[in-house]
Design a protein around this ligand. Structure first.
Ligand code: FES
Ligand code: FES
Length: 156
């Protein structure tokens, strides 16, 4: 077992973990943060995307021990005091989800894009989200929602 210290959505944790434990399993099974879903476990779908020290990563492709000393943000930390972020509102208002399984990863990847590029083109949004699969929406409303959030100068 290896001892790790990690901050997740602003809360500090210290734990003993097996070196092979994936970050997504640590978040879900150890911390109970099940808002980050597992869609494939093979780094393909992007549903498990979280922010690791300011960069969006697929948490099924990162070991928990690699997050030692890091700051992790998950979809569960986006809303503050029960208030959605502008990006979350744009997804809701723009019907950018159906089953919602991909939505946590889409939100985290889009958030990363808007921090890097506050006014992306539709092509840039599509490129930024190409690692995130959606089986329901056909992507059009997701792209529109990210563009709507960017027009409102929403970066989170
Ligand atoms: S569960 Fe991580 S990419 Fe699919
Ligand atoms: S809304 Fe169902 S997978 Fe995207």
């Amino acid at each position: 077992m290896t001892r790790i210290s990690v901050k997740v959505d602003g809360t500090a944790y210290q734990d003993e973990v097996e070196p092979r434990l994936l970050l997504v399993h640590y978040l879900r099974d150890r911390l109970g943060l099940t808002g980050t879903p597992i869609g494939c476990d093979t780094s393909n779908c992007g549903a498990c995307t979280v922010d690791l020290d300011g960069v969006s990563v697929k948490s099924c492709s990162v070991l928990a021990v690699q997050a030692d000393g890091s700051d992790v943000a998950t979809v569960q930390g986006l809303a503050r005091d029960g208030q959605w972020t502008g990006l979350q509102r744009a997804f809701h208002e723009g019907h950018a989800l159906q089953c919602g399984y991909c939505t946590p990863g889409m939100l985290m990847a889009a958030r990363d894009l808007l921090r890097e590029n506050p006014h992306p083109s539709a092509d840039e949004v599509r490129h930024a989200l190409e690692g995130n699969l959606c089986r329901c929406t056909g992507y059009q409303n997701i792209v529109r929602a990210v563009l709507a959030a960017s027009e409102q100068e929403v970066t989170t």
